[in-house]
Design a protein around this ligand. Sequence first.
Ligand code: ADP
Ligand code: MG
Length: 254
Amino acid sequence: MGHVLALAMQKGGVGKTTTTLSLGAVLAERGRRVLLIDLDPQANLTQGLSVDPSGLEYSVYEVLLNPEKGTAFATLATSAGVDLIPSSLDLAGAELELAGKVGRELLLRKALREARQSYDYILVDPPPSLGIFSLNALAACDTVLVPMQLHAYALKAMPQLEQTIALVREIHPTLAIGGIVCTLADRRTNLSGQIEQQVRDAYGDLVFETVIPMNVKLAEAPTAGLPIGRYAPQSAGALAYAALATELEVRYGR
Ligand SMILES: Nc1ncnc2c1ncn2[C@@H]1O[C@H](COP(=O)(O)OP(=O)(O)O)[C@@H](O)[C@H]1O
Ligand SMILES: [Mg+2]
């Protein structure tokens, strides 16, 4: 039975999509069966995997609308070795339509029932805002992986996330934060190191040893449509995500 992880943090630009894609691709390269789900109407994950979100027959939207159909019909194989349930630009209007559905927070969870048997890891990439898509991501997952951008206000966002998780626990009682990944560390400043220490003091073992550095290759890779491990295999970004994948494999035993 696969482990479902959702990346979360109610904010854009912290490295959710980069982490989903980079980690997913490394795990796939190591032979794990990986499914990535793009729940963001901006479709960054979809585009970063060289899939055009405008010409798709099915997207995650049809999955949410018809959860009893499972996910296979909307799943694409990608050249990065991961499977993808893409986002589409229609997703932006879907929120209203889904708002009227019974059990609307549990649609993705229901849809993934069978896929869980077919994958080792399912990683869900949510949008930056708290809404029906983010709630579906949290309600569908076993654990939440939090990317924490190492800047001055890093820890300020945590109470809001914890509150959201507490809310989702009403429908999914075992939901918990499974790990915190420090991202966008700037080695040229002391500030990054100080914030990292604060995060470690506050969250202890929840914080992965690996820190993802700021690395321009990570920003360039999606424009080439390649995961970092193929775009720049020896870059600091690629090495960091490879190390993070190893920590994840140790934690989840696969
Ligand atoms: N470690 C990093 N080093 C350099 N650029 C990064 C790094 N992580 C993410 N980026 C870039 O920062 C921007 C935001 O990252 P992204 O993963 O899209 O965040 P989110 O999904 O949380 O909005 C993107 O342009 C991405 O390419
Ligand atoms: Mg994103």
